[in-house]
Design a protein around this ligand. Structure first.
Ligand code: 9YT
Length: 139
């Protein structure tokens, strides 16, 4: 069993901040449980484009207000406390945060923590491999 608190992650390599968001990764691939689990805050007033070509992601809003656009279809959705979106089709999407949006995010396959969004907003597929440092498959 692993017990942790969000504040334990502050300033560690599990705490990632960009101009638009901060994400603390409570569960990563190294825990070897088949998913990663993140507490992400998307900052008020920002617009972020994402595309997870290699991952399925569930995003559950637990605070704040914003909008989500499915850039593949043009559909727009309101995001507020209690909204879940499941990216089960690797959709290109845009998140606009009206206020700080607090999101609980689950990724399958799990994020390792070494991914960096490429120019398309894609995370490469990196798997934990006990025989090498990392295995990277481009998107
Ligand atoms: C809302 C959203 O897509 N969050 C993703 C998590 C964040 N980009 C991370 O931890 O890398």
């Amino acid at each position: 069993m692993i017990v942790t608190h969000l504040s334990d992650l502050d300033g560690t390599e599990r705490d990632i901040e960009t101009t638009n968001w901060r994400s603390r990764r409570l569960v990563l691939a190294r825990e070897n449980v088949g998913f990663s689990f993140h507490d992400t805050v998307i900052y008020a007033g920002t617009e972020s484009k994402f595309w997870y070509a290699n991952h399925i992601e569930a995003v559950y809003c637990v605070g704040g207000e914003g909008t989500l656009v499915n850039d593949d279809t043009g559909e727009t959705f309101e995001i507020k406390d209690g909204t879940l979106y499941l990216l089960n089709g690797h959709e290109h999407h845009t998140v606009r945060a009206k206020t700080d949006l607090r999101m609980a995010c689950v990724f399958n396959p799990p994020v390792t923590g070494r991914e960096v969004h490429d120019e398309h907003g894609v995370y490469p597929l990196i798997t934990e491999d006990e025989n090498s440092d990392s295995e990277e498959v481009s998107a």
